[in-house]
Design a protein. Structure first.
Length: 279
């Protein structure tokens, strides 16, 4: 039996050659009569549309992702800028509030004192004692400004303490909260005389040597009596906040909150009697 050229080749080669041959024939026919193959071209184009769209997804997704990341970065920068502006605005408001409060304190200080009886010297607190156990503040006024040892120092609420050291340009004040300090006082409601002493902290003072039967009540206001001449009379010292008569002994334990602000004081007044007693 005679074999043809195609029958002598492997099946895969025959299929390939046949496909090429059919393709060439179709191309020749399409070039001669294009209208015959228009439906076929339209059908193949429609069939390829999903593939075209699918192939464009990575590029579209990349553009979308880039745009999203860029938008997030812009928003992040705008957020940081707004936070910075808000913090700056809050700082300005805090500074304004501080200045308003300081102005009010100064006006309060200058309006509390009997100007006809005392020479007043406004001073700023510039530091504290190096030993934290000492209730001492450093002031920016000294001997050049006429400051002398023993001068009473007040704020707008009451007595703070006394000058214990004077230097050329500065001085040191011992607060009445110090354990070494005491102030002769009068209970405003009853006229009872007593002594307030420091307890070593700025929160409480102690009203000492008051018998348990003495009429002392929570809320009683204590005013300096001037007894002994160490401090002038008539200035607020504190207010009774606790009376304990249950402990042993003859005297009551009485806690007092100071009238003056020992912690947040920035400006003080130094008092000097215009008519000092003759020696």
């Amino acid at each position: 039996m005679s074999l043809t050229l195609f029958s002598q080749q492997p099946l895969s080669l025959r299929k390939t050659a046949l496909a090429i041959f059919i393709g060439i024939v179709l191309m020749l026919l399409d070039s001669k009569n294009p209208a015959w193959f228009t439906p076929v071209r339209n059908l193949s184009h429609a069939a390829m549309q999903p593939i075209y769209h699918f192939s464009s997804y990575p590029s579209s997704a990349n553009h979308w992702l880039s745009g999203t990341l860029e938008s997030k970065e812009v928003l992040r920068r705008e957020n940081m800028q707004l936070k910075a502006e808000l913090a700056q605005a809050r700082a300005h408001l805090q500074q304004q509030d501080y200045l308003v409060a300081q102005n009010a304190r100064l006006q309060g200080i200058l309006s509390t004192t009997k100007f006809d009886q005392y020479n007043l010297k406004l001073s700023q607190v510039i530091g504290t004692d190096s030993n934290p156990l000492n209730q001492i503040l450093v002031l920016d006024k000294g001997a050049k400004d006429g400051v002398i040892i023993g001068q009473t120092v007040i704020d707008e609420k009451g007595i703070l303490g006394q000058i214990i050291n004077v230097y050329s340009d500065t001085s040191r004040m011992l607060l009445i909260s110090d354990e070494q300090q005491s102030v002769a006082v009068t209970i405003k409601r009853t006229g009872q005389r007593a002594v307030v002493t420091g307890k070593g902290n700025a929160q409480f003072l102690s009203l000492d040597y008051i018998f348990k039967a003495t009429d002392v009540q929570v809320g009683d206001e204590l005013i300096s009596s001037g007894l002994g001449g160490r401090m002038p009379a008539g200035f607020p010292v504190g207010r009774v906040v606790k009376v304990n008569t249950e402990q042993s002994g003859n005297f009551a334990q009485i806690l007092v909150t100071p009238a003056a602000d020992f912690v947040n004081t920035a400006y003080v007044l130094l008092l000097q009697n215009k008519n000092p007693p003759l020696n």
